[in-house]
Design a protein around this ligand. Structure first.
Ligand SMILES: Cc1ncc(COP(=O)(O)O)c(C=O)c1O
Length: 397
């Protein structure tokens, strides 16, 4: 027998042949940083189609990427690559596909760090970004330049839930010879699949609705295989392919994602309908309500009001901090959290969080006042959820 140190290194109770008793009910976690081989031929094969080094490839990441492709593009020729966060997915996409002198045409209402990424990082490397309100398609057309290589938008904007006319943006991007990149984080492929509408690339922060348990940080890019290959290769240099552990957790989370997200989307539509009836709420930003300013566009993009998004925002009848604070304290279940997509309903206050550096007049022009609260709707029983809001409303008067 070998000495103890050698023995503990080489005696494996979990030899691969010992688990060939049938298919495991859950996909295993492979934390290994490398996959060994004995013969040179085996090594050569592994480099072509097997597993070698953790940053290059990993079974959990691959299985997750395959599941994401099935969700985002079940009938298209597409592939996915899974990265360490939503931001890593956005950074790798732009870095892999753009070069100095190129121009990004972006929606003006975006996740704040995406704007900072475009302005500060890509600006530094000679990629200029201009921002337009993409609800105004003439403004989009007018902003296209000969060097516009990427048109970038979120499916619905944070926090005002402004939608984009996907088919029209597809036409504009094709005419411009630019790639249309859509961040689908607020809706997820359970609601809409931008690639099926003709977008070139879809990005999901898996940290949100798709993981749902508020304990995973991951991002994913899905597109035609040749685009994904370039993004994947770039992510290797950035060191940003996803760690196997969250990928393993995410495979599990995806198994219940349709059930969870469908419930979140239908709860959101019901909650929005309730808010429409309450005089203490002066504006409801959810595509399912008739007062929504882009209601016709919502009907063009979605057939079912209960399957659009679990996100919404509402404008209270007061901007008074003390009253809003009293309202928040009165809530029994709903609470503040600086994220979205979790199973519990959470709120955030854009003026003090995502848009705290935007000047007040600019914010107001975008529809973001101190009275605006963003709500990420969870899976609670809808009557409990409505009652939680209802019993706190008098604090706003
Ligand atoms: C729309 C959107 N895209 C991307 C991101 C970035 O995702 P992550 O936090 O996973 O990097 C966020 C984060 O909140 C987001 O809201």
């Amino acid at each position: 027998m070998a000495y103890i140190q050698t023995d503990v290194l080489y005696t494996r109770e979990y030899r691969d042949d010992a688990i060939n008793m049938g298919k495991a009910e859950s996909f295993p976690y492979y934390p290994a940083t490398a996959f060994g081989a004995t013969a040179f031929e085996e090594i050569k094969t592994a480099y072509r189609q097997g597993y070698t080094y953790i940053r290059t490839n990993n079974p959990d990441r691959d299985v997750l990427a395959g599941l994401m492709t099935r969700l985002e593009a079940p009938e298209l020729e597409a592939a996915s690559t899974v990265l360490s966060s939503g931001m890593a997915a956005i950074t790798a996409t732009a870095a892999a596909l753009l070069k100095s002198g190129d121009h990004i045409l972006s929606n003006r209402c975006l996740y704040g760090e995406t704007i900072e990424l475009f302005d500060f990082l890509f600006g530094k490397f000679g990629v200029e970004t201009t921002y337009v309100d993409m609800a105004d398609l003439d403004a989009v057309r007018a902003a296209v330049r000969p060097n516009t290589k990427m048109i970038y938008t979120e499916i619905c904007a944070n926090p005002t839930i402004d939608l984009v006319d996907l088919p029209e943006l597809v036409k504009i991007s094709k005419e411009a010879g630019a790639l249309l990149v859509v961040d689908n984080t607020f809706c997820s492929p359970l609601s809409i699949r931008p690639l099926e509408w003709g977008a070139d690339i879809v990005i999901n922060s898996l940290t949100k609705f798709l993981s749902g348990h508020s304990d995973i940080l991951l991002g994913c890019v899905t597109a035609r295989p040749e685009l994904v290959e370039k993004i994947y290769e770039f992510s290797l240099f950035m060191g940003s392919p996803a760690d196997p552990f969250p990928a393993f957790q995410m495979i599990r989370a995806l198994e219940s994602a349709p059930m969870r997200i469908e419930r979140q989307m239908s709860n959101a539509a019901k909650l929005a309908a309730y808010f429409e009836t309450d005089p203490r709420i002066v504006k409801v930003n959810h595509p399912s309500v008739n007062s929504f300013r882009q209601r016709d566009l919502a009907k063009k993009l979605w057939k079912d009001d209960e399957k659009i998004t679990g996100m919404m925002s509402v404008e209270f009848c007061t901007e008074d901090d003390a009253k809003i604070d009293a309202f928040m304290k009165q809530l029994k279940y709903v609470h503040y959290a600086p994220t979205l997509g979790g199973m519990r309903t959470t709120m955030s206050h854009p003026v003090t969080s995502s848009h705290n550096t935007t000047p007040d007049d600019v914010r107001r022009a975008m529809g973001i006042t101190p009275a605006l609260m963003r709500i990420s709707v969870g899976i609670e029983d809808i009557d409990d959820l409505i009652e939680d809001f209802r019993q706190a409303m008098s604090e706003l008067e």
